[in-house]
Design a protein around this ligand. Structure first.
Ligand SMILES: Cc1cc2nc3c(=O)[nH]c(=O)nc-3n(C[C@H](O)[C@H](O)[C@H](O)COP(=O)(O)OP(=O)(O)OC[C@H]3O[C@@H](n4cnc5c(N)ncnc54)[C@H](O)[C@@H]3O)c2cc1C
Length: 448
């Protein structure tokens, strides 16, 4: 029997699961289908309930994973096939090409500087961040290597100026590119690491157990919900998190997408979309604390900003969470128990007016904000369905992986030897994810 385990998903849960197992001497394959490990936490500014800097906590763990001889990191990698055997699992992985020789790339960034084409950065959504066609997922990415957008490689970006000259050859057929600016810049550094012709690679591994740590996504509000995707100054709480972040598109300035002015009056709508046909039908547990965190940090940036949270129920379930809510109140946030039912934009100021029913008085009211933040909740990874099919494990009705028995067999699935942790099990915060990750890794390494 192989003594290795496979961890699917390199967010904070996958990272802790891998580190814990590796410290017990187990060989771990830690895979993620994006170019870097880190998951959602790498996008956050600070974390409740302590308001420690998110990446300052996570990056040292990411580097530890990178330097741990028992862990092999496989990024840009998907699970294609899994066969259960008497000895464990035979797994076929596909490592999608990054069009970079990772042995040669030192992450110097010369190729990124040379690339003339910027496109919207998926880290930031509509609040304006951009990245180059050849890029690093984020500054602390692990592995700290460049990755090239496949769009560029197939020549589709030539019209945008990604390469000079009029070559018509398909990049996948050509091994000596004389025109791509990133190739030239890399060669100038004496590295020659850009590989436009690189193909996907199949990898076969044998493992005794598997841990699924595929995490969560921030729910995208339906178009038009309180003016989302209609009015520039209506954004989600994840986009607000990127605005607050010194590593984000505005270098931490809390400014309005419409005119780049500092927002002086900001409203949060909790449970935005909940109960609507296209909204999240359940409570995501963490949004109340995310909003409390965001108002505390906003006030730290500028204490004169007026902050109001519209909510209908308050969830402060974890250790230190009630104190954290009180800290938000002491910092001057106004909590209004209300049901907002309409939002519209003043075309001159681009401010957002909302209409709501005050749930304490029953009165209808209207109020104007310079920016509106929608707390939309956490949903399951959009890749869970595929993964569940390949692993032959069950999803629950919300798209998260189903535990065999939360009371009697927590973190176990209907397939012996496959375990769960973190957001793969449902909406969850970071500390709970880490606790589950350590528990799942023990189950995985003790699988006989
Ligand atoms: C706006 C916002 C603010 C938040 N603030 C806080 C906070 O302050 N404090 C706090 O405690 N929590 C906070 N959270 C919650 C926190 O982000 C989660 O608890 C945490 O990220 C869960 O970690 P995870 O590793 O389970 O999942 P993730 O961080 O989502 O990582 C999952 C990883 O798995 C990968 N993956 C997914 N599917 C596959 C697949 N099929 N194959 C391979 N890889 C896959 C993904 O690419 C990702 O890297 C916040 C969440 C949001 C949205």
């Amino acid at each position: 029997m192989s003594d290795s385990i496979l961890v699917i998903g390199g967010g904070i849960a996958g990272i802790n699961c891998a580190l814990n197992a590796a410290r017990y001497g187990t060989k771990v394959y830690l895979m993620d289908d994006t170019p870097s490990i880190g998951g959602m936490m790498a996008r956050l500014d600070k974390t409740f309930p302590t308001n420690d800097c998110s990446i300052c906590i996570e990056a040292p763990q990411m580097y530890e994973v990178d330097n741990e001889s028992n862990i092999e990191i496989l990024t840009n990698t998907e699970v294609r096939k899994v066969k259960k055997t008497a000895a464990g699992f035979e797994v076929r992985l596909i490592k999608k090409a990054k069009f970079i020789d990772e042995e040669k790339c030192t992450g110097c960034g010369a190729c990124i500087e040379a690339c003339p084409v910027s496109i919207p950065d998926e880290m930031d959504g509509k609040i304006g961040g951009t990245r180059k066609l050849i890029y690093m997922a984020f500054p602390q990415a692990v592995p700290n290597k460049a990755v090239l957008d496949p769009e560029c490689r197939y020549g589709r970006m030539r019209e945008n100026g990604s390469c000079v000259g009029g070559c018509v050859v398909d990049c996948s057929q050509c091994r000596e590119c004389p025109i791509a600016l990133c190739v030239k810049a890399c060669q100038k550094e004496g590295k020659d690491a850009v590989r436009l012709w690189q193909a996907n690679q199949n990898l076969n591994i044998d493992v005794k157990s598997i841990v699924v740590a595929s995490g969560i996504l921030s729910a995208e509000p339906p178009d038009g919900l309180y003016g989302y995707n209609q009015y520039a100054n209506v954004i989600t709480n994840l986009q607000f998190e990127r605005l607050m972040n010194a590593g984000g598109p505005t270098a931490g300035q809390i400014i309005r997408p419409s005119d780049q002015k500092h927002a002086k009056k900001i409203g949060w709508i909790q449970c935005a979309g909940r109960g609507l046909t296209k909204g999240v039908p359940y409570c995501s547990k963490v949004c109340c604390m995310i909003a409390a965190k965001q108002v505390i940090i906003t006030k730290e940036h500028d204490s004169s900003v007026e902050t109001t949270i519209f909510y209908n129920d308050l969830k402060a379930y974890g250790k230190g969470f009630w104190g954290f809510y009180q800290k938000a109140v002491e910092n001057g946030v106004r909590y209004v128990r209300a049901r907002p039912y309409d939002a519209f934009e003043d075309p001159e100021t681009r401010n957002i007016k909302i209409r709501y029913e005050d749930l304490d008085t029953g009165n209808l009211a209207e109020e104007e904000f310079e920016m509106l933040v929608l707390s939309t909740g956490l949903i399951a990874s959009d890749r869970n369905e595929r993964l569940a099919k390949v692993l032959n494990i069950e999803l629950d009705e919300l798209g998260f992986f189903r535990e065999k028995s939360p009371m009697l067999a927590p973190l176990e699935t209907n397939v012996e030897g496959i375990y769960l942790c973190g957001g793969a099990t449902g909406p969850i915060d970071i500390s709970e994810s880490v606790v589950q990750a350590c528990a799942a890794s023990m189950k995985a390494i003790l699988t006989a």
